[in-house]
Design a protein around this ligand. Sequence first.
Ligand SMILES: NC(=O)c1ccc[n+]([C@@H]2O[C@H](COP(=O)([O-])OP(=O)(O)OC[C@H]3O[C@@H](n4cnc5c(N)ncnc54)[C@H](O)[C@@H]3O)[C@@H](O)[C@H]2O)c1
Length: 270
Amino acid sequence: MQRLEGKTALITGAARGLGAQIATRFAEAGARVIINDLNLSAAKATADRLGGEAVACDVSDSASVAAMFKTVDGMTDRLDILVNNAGISGMEGDNSARTRIAEMVEKIQAGETPDAPLGGLFTEVTDESWHRMIGVHLDGTFFCSREATARMMHAGGNILNLSSIMGTFGRPGGPAYCAAKAGILGLTRALAHELAPYQIRVNAIAPGWIHTDMTDPLAPMHPMLEAQTPLGRLGEPDDIAFAAVYLASDEAKFVTGQCLSPNGGWYMSQ
Ligand SMILES: NC(=O)c1ccc[n+]([C@@H]2O[C@H](COP(=O)([O-])OP(=O)(O)OC[C@H]3O[C@@H](n4cnc5c(N)ncnc54)[C@H](O)[C@@H]3O)[C@@H](O)[C@H]2O)c1
């Protein structure tokens, strides 16, 4: 018997990165996987590789999320697992990010103080970028969890939310990202309490620094981050994917409202 045999899982933002690797390990563990992303053809490419199905929507849009779940209803009469993974860094389309980060690292190594933290000064955060960050991460987790819960209440289920060490520890230069990821931890605990009577478990994963397309512009920082990490390396997508398999499986049947943080020891308290 495989660990997720007979389970159907919807994973958001799973065309690439951590979501795609979670879907890969879920499929290997016997789950039927439904891959969501913004772009249907990208979601389909991953779904085809895994023998799964694809659906598209922007998780920050409540009506689109509701429509996507209607599509999912047409594919399956059971939803056992939802992984709220879709996310943005705020550096998307910013071609100068890598150069700015390299300059920042140079200054730190020369013992100088950088002019501004990684994502710029807090006083320069726009309303639009703040709302987009909260929208994709926190609203998206809320919209998808609400739809999934309605489908899980009769038979139980599992919700897994991608938080971050930015939500547990925080760091300068990304206040909206940190606030969204910390908000996800609050939502995780609230839902874990409220949904336990329905045998719906709700947990969070707070990854450390993992090399994906999202974090690729941070490459100039990698040696510094490796040196700060007790286990001496950045994470790889499987470090998160296997944590997700565990939390979604019956091996974790007594685990709810928790935050598991594979981070190489970079931060040791949640
Ligand atoms: N990589 C890391 O170091 C790291 C660390 C902590 C937390 N995380 C979190 O893990 C999750 C996955 O990160 P990743 O590194 O794989 O990123 P990634 O950029 O490689 O993949 C994110 C995916 O989400 C999709 N997406 C973005 N906005 C969406 C939306 N509104 N609706 C639907 N899909 C959307 C993207 O198209 C992309 O395919 C994110 O929530 C991220 O914040 C990542």
